[in-house]
Ligand binder design. Sequence first.
Ligand code: 8IG
Length: 265
Amino acid sequence: MTNPFDLASEAAAKIAELSGIQNHDIALTLGSGWAKAADLIGETVATIDATQIPGFLPPAVHGHVATIRSVKLPSGKYALILGARSHYYEGHGVRQVAHGVRTAAATGAKIMILTNGAGGIKETWKPGTPVLISDHINLTADSPLEGAKFVDLTDLYSSRLRAIARTVDASLDEGVYCQFRGPHYETPAEVQMAKHIGGHIVGMSTALEAIAAREAGMEILGLSLITNLAAGIQKTPLSHEEVIQAGKDAEVRISGLLAEIVSKL
Ligand code: 8IG
């Protein structure tokens, strides 16, 4: 099997060929609720079907988009937008999960912005609240790293980038992201466990990606859109449709916030 870094280099070369942009400066993975940011951060110079790029698979989940965009920012920098993400629960393994961020790094990106829709444990958060990720607890019992790579994860979610985000919105709260493997949501008891071990956000994507992004040398900004309160915190059952709807309702507001943050990087 091709080594994952060679595959990421091949993917980056294909993105350069199809977009005409040789080097990207920052990259964003846009999760549920964040997609509109792609239209707000700058001028799209190329939209690529992700399945044309080596190593990318079609999305498994309704409501997720499979395009890769190259966007010219007002500053003259270029952003690579990954609309396609492989989730761990899809069962294609950690290499597949890490391929997007490794490709981003191979296109030259030094900053990786990881966004997601997630469940909130703090009762003060209402659906539609954007939250900065301050740290994570990886409950997947897996790692995207292969072999003896002892990567430091202190300040994984860059305090420098979080401070920049707060210059845009001083009221942005932050929390510790707990990644469960999914695709089922948690039981209320698991949510209580996450709370007791120091978690504030529950999700299924970002911790593994952040580890791979750090291994690739990127500085990371993590943002969660709280689309629902976690199981048992919210008294009603969780439904994927409601989660998608909460994302849509918040999309314009939080995408504007993200675009403003990007303009300061
Ligand atoms: I959107 O409540 C969304 N993604 N693990 N738990 C987990 N992932 C999520 C949740 C949630 N909501």
